[in-house]
Write a protein of this length. Structure first.
Ligand code: 8YV
Length: 314
C-alpha cells in the first residue's frame, strides 16, 4: 500500500472536502491543536500540501516548519488572507476556487440591491409586527432603469453587470485600468463614478491595494440618495467613515455582506434602518459550496496527479 501524503488542514472544511482528505491523505488538523506552532514543529516536516480557505487564511510564520510544502489549496476565490507573493518566492503553488461562484455572488449582490432599495427587511418586519392594519408602508425606491456603478469589473463584476442589464440599468465601472471588449463605460475616476451612480456595487479584490478605497470622499460623492453595496471584502470600505456618513445623512443607505472585523459588526450599524446586513454568505448556497469544495479537491489531487492544479493563482 502506498503511504498517504501528509496534508495540513488549517480550519474546518465542508464535509465533501474533509471526507475526501480523511479518505485519501494523512491529515494534520491544525485548528484542533492546542498550540499550532508546537504541532507544526512536531508534525509539519512531512506536509507537502495544505488546505485552507479565504476565511482561515495561511500564516507565513508556519512556513518555517513546513520545509516540504509545495502546494496550498484554498476554498474561496479571494486570497487576501494568504501571502501569495511569499508562497511564490518559496516555490509553493496556490490554488483557489474562481468562476464556480460567480453566479452565486452576483445573485447575492442583486439580493442586497433589491432588498435594500425596496425595503424588504423593513417590509417583512412591518407585516409581522401587525403595522399594516393601522398604517401604510412608506414608499421605497425603484431599481429598474437606475444608474449602477461597479467597482471591480472582474469575472463576478461582469455577471453582476449582466444581471443589472436585465433590470435596464445604465452601467459604468471603475477598475485600475480599462477592460477591453466590455460594453460598459469605463470611469477612470472612482469619485466621478460615485457621483454619477444611484448604486455603487463593490466587487473588487481585498488586501492592501484596495484598503479603504471607499473612503469618506467617495461616500459623500455617492450622496444622500446613494446606496452602497459590498460583496467583496470589508476592508475595501472605511467602516468608521461609512457609519459617520450614514449617521449624518451624507450617504443614503448601505447593504453589506462583508465587514472589516468579521464576524463582529459595529453596534451602530445594527441600529440603522437604512442598512441591510448579511453574514458573509455571498457564495453560501448548497450548490455553490459543493462546486467550490470539488474545486479545492481537484486542485489538490491535480497537484499530486501531474503537478497541475485546475485553478492556480501562483
Ligand atoms: C467564502 C469568499 O466566504 O470566495 C471568497 O473569496 O469570501 C467566500 O466565498 C470564503 O471562501 C469562506 O472561507
Amino acid at each position: 500500500m502506498m503511504t498517504k501524503h501528509r496534508v495540513l488542514q488549517v480550519g474546518p472544511a465542508p464535509l465533501l472536502v474533509s471526507q475526501h482528505l480523511e479518505n485519501n491523505y494523512d491529515v494534520l488538523r491544525l485548528w484542533e491543536q492546542e498550540n499550532a506552532i508546537e504541532a507544526l514543529k512536531a508534525h509539519g516536516q512531512g506536509c507537502v500540501a495544505a488546505v485552507t480557505s479565504a476565511k482561515y487564511g495561511f500564516r507565513n510564520e508556519w512556513l518555517d516548519y513546513l520545509p516540504q510544502l509545495k502546494v496550498v489549496s484554498s476554498f474561496g476565490v479571494g486570497y487576501d488572507s494568504i501571502d501569495a507573493v511569499e508562497l511564490k518566492r518559496r516555490g509553493i503553488q496556490l490554488g483557489n476556487t474562481p468562476d464556480v461562484l460567480n453566479d452565486c455572488v452576483a445573485d447575492t449582490a442583486m439580493t442586497l440591491l433589491l432588498g435594500a432599495a425596496r425595503g424588504l427587511v423593513r417590509a417583512d418586519r412591518f407585516v409581522r409586527e401587525g403595522c399594516w392594519t393601522t398604517e401604510d408602508f412608506p414608499l421605497t425606491h425603484s431599481v429598474s432603469g437606475k444608474k449602477a456603478g461597479i467597482v471591480g469589473l472582474g469575472n463576478i463584476g461582469q455577471v453582476i453587470a449582466k444581471r443589472l442589464s436585465g433590470f435596464d440599468c445604465e452601467i459604468r465601472y471603475h477598475n485600475r485600468s480599462e477592460k477591453q471588449g466590455v460594453p460598459y463605460r469605463y470611469e477612470p475616476s472612482l469619485k466621478a463614478l460615485a457621483q454619477w451612480s444611484d448604486f455603487l456595487i463593490i466587487i473588487c479584490i481585498g488586501g492592501p491595494s484596495t484598503h479603504h478605497l471607499i473612503n469618506d470622499e467617495i461616500m459623500s460623492a455617492l450622496g444622500p440618495k446613494g446606496l452602497l453595496i459590498n460583496v467583496s471584502r470589508g476592508t475595501v470600505i472605511d467602516e468608521v467613515a461609512m457609519i459617520k456618513a450614514l449617521q449624518e445623512g451624507r450617504l443614503g443607505a448601505a447593504a453589506l455582506d462583508v465587514f472589516e472585523n468579521e464576524p463582529y459588526v459595529p453596534e451602530a450599524l445594527l441600529k440603522m434602518d437604512n442598512v441591510v446586513l448579511m453574514p458573509h454568505v455571498g457564495s453560501a448556497t448548497v450548490e455553490t459550496r459543493a462546486r467550490m469544495s470539488q474545486r479545492v479537491i481537484d486542485n489538490l489531487d491535480g497537484f499530486f496527479h501531474d503537478g497541475k492544479m485546475l485553478s492556480r493563482v501562483v
